[in-house]
Design a protein around this ligand. Structure first.
Ligand code: HEM
Length: 502
């Protein structure tokens, strides 16, 4: 046997016996001196780390991003500075509500998280397979997760909690319509588009800012499962998306996506017909056409799932010069949450884990902390300013100022805009034209059908406001007449609904 296959302790010392624990006599109890038993068991006891609060079940792979079109007029980001330029990357796809052991083929949105190892630092674009989200204020995010995950008493998913919450936030209808449509259950991660969803900013070399949305279109084509197909699949294979992605990459059939951006000037944003930073709405492609940028392919599976996929830490704060944030308050809320979660889930030094480590030179100031394994910068000075030129800030990376004004206040966005229905209505009409309206009605009824009647009726009324046919179709699928829907007294239930300020 080769030497490297011989079993040692963590210390490198040989392990003499891995079959029999040490006992006092052949029938006697264990001895404390069996250090190998203690080390083996203690490590096993600590194998599990906290799972991600959402997006716990996922699949990842390494890949390559290639620039195919010149967008340097919009951004100075080094990753885009030359046609043909390639940048190494890592992607992780996920379901959202299920835990780490959940089945893949569940009706849910899918995470679409990309990590680019650029020459100027790590850029993470932590998106979904949908261009919008359930609401527009991050204050509601913990509530969403409580509502869609398990009930505190039964420890089961609870359609009533889920739909009570969604229907009380009519701005959720756009995202709910996507999730209940045929696209709400992708047949594997290779067959879905990806979106940065939020508005981000691009800064060019003249320091001009543009607002930008990112789109990734699958080159494998869209493919979805019906609920019936998914139920059958889950019965046979709980890891269908992981298997599909992993096996195709192993076979050399590398999945690919094309990257596009939509660009809006700062001036256009001031007068656009709706709030351009509202995450429940899309920017019309007629107003802001897709501009092709590049493509990425995933071409290498992780050698070890835990090392790379489970320990991957994507964080919307990870940007590079030329790419910035926007005033979207959802995005702003996320800027706190991810690093905070990862410092808890993986520890303060998670940037040293190889999948998270920059591949460009870096000189990061932070010191010490649990699991510091990179030498901790040895004797390098650990304060700034100092007289030795250590830790020089880089003002060239400063963004241009962003004009902001207004009173500090818990502003109620419902005072400004209550149009949660135009875009879901537009989407419904596209679904209908595509011949998929019945699928939407059926999926919706199957899901909201588990909630109390008043919740069902509230949802039908929301759908009706988007398009009367949408509301009528869902009512019909639930076996309710529109007379019953319209005549129902909702006042006892709606009295606590979020609404405009008095
Ligand atoms: C994962 C928070 C909205 C996409 C996570 C995690 C947190 C979080 C704490 C776990 C991070 C970890 O442990 O590594 C939030 C908050 C949100 C929000 C507070 C809103 C205020 C969104 C939106 C998107 C999104 C709008 C997509 C556009 C993802 C993805 C992951 C994730 C893809 C999994 C990343 C991975 O694969 O490791 N989110 N999230 N989230 N979130 Fe969000």
């Amino acid at each position: 046997m080769e030497d490297k296959k011989k079993l040692t302790r963590q210390t490198g010392a040989p392990v003499p016996d891995n079959q029999n624990s040490q006992t006092a006599g052949p029938r006697g109890p264990l001895l404390m001196q069996d250090y190998w038993f203690l080390e083996k068991m203690a490590n096993f006891d600590r194998e599990v780390i906290p799972e991600r609060r959402m997006h716990a079940k996922g699949s990842g792979a390494f890949g390559t991003f290639t620039v195919t079109h010149d967008i340097s007029q919009y951004t100075k980001a080094n990753i885009f500075n030359e046609i043909g330029k390639q940048t190494e990357m890592f992607a992780r796809f996920s379901t959202v509500a299920g835990e780490r052991g959940a089945a893949d083929a569940e009706r849910d949105i899918r995470g679409f998280a990309l990590k680019f190892y650029t020459d100027e630092g790590i850029w993470d674009l932590v998106g979904n397979n949908t261009p919008v989200f359930f609401f527009r204020d991050p204050m509601k995010f913990p509530d969403l997760n409580h509502a869609v995950k398990r009930d505190p008493k039964t420890n089961m998913r609870n359609a009533n909690n889920n739909w009570d919450f969604w229907t009380l936030l009519p701005e959720a209808l756009h995202q709910v319509t996507i999730v209940m449509s045929d696209r709400g259950l992708p047949n594997g991660y290779r067959h879905m588009h990806g979106f940065g969803s939020h508005t981000y900013s691009f800064i060019n070399k003249d320091n001009t800012r543009h607002w930008v949305k990112f789109h990734f279109r699958t080159q494998q084509g869209i493919a979805n499962l019906t609920d019936e197909e998914a139920a059958k699949l889950v019965g046979m294979d709980r890891e269908s998306s992981q298997r599909d992605l992993f096996d195709n990459i192993e076979k050399g059939n590398f999945p690919k996506w094309t990257m596009f951006v939509q660009i809006m000037t700062e001036e256009e944003a001031k007068t656009y017909r709706f709030h351009p930073f509202d995450l429940t709405k899309v920017w019309s492609k007629a107003d802001f056409p897709l501009i092709e940028v590049g493509k990425f392919e995933l071409n290498k599976n992780a050698e070890n799932y835990f090392a790379d996929v489970e320990q991957a830490a994507f964080n919307p704060t990870n940007i590079v010069p030329g790419i910035g944030f926007s005033p979207d308050k959802m995005l702003q809320g996320r800027l706190f949450s991810y690093g905070d979660a990862q410092r808890y889930r993986l520890g303060v030094n998670h940037y040293q884990i190889p999948v998270n480590k920059p591949r460009c030179p870096y000189h990061a100031y932070h010191r010490d902390g649990q699991m510091r394994v990179d030498g901790n910068y040895g004797g390098t000075k650990h304060y700034e300013p100092n007289s030795y030129g250590e830790w020089q800030e880089q003002p060239s990376a400063k963004e241009p100022p962003l004009e902001l004004s207004g009173d500090a206040y818990a502003h109620n966005f419902r005072d400004e805009d209550e149009d949660y229905f135009t875009q879901p209505g537009d989407l419904f009409r596209i679904i209908k034209a595509d011949g998929k309206a019945d699928v939407l009605f059926k999926n919706t009824a199957a899901n909201v059908g588990g909630a109390e009647k008043f919740v069902q009726i509230r949802h039908i009324r929301n759908c009706y406001k988007a398009d009367p046919e949408y509301g009528e179709g869902v009512a019909d699928a639930l076996g309710l007449s529109m007379d019953e829907v319209n005549g129902f007294d909702m006042s006892p239930y709606d009295q606590w609904a979020p609404r405009k300020s008095e």
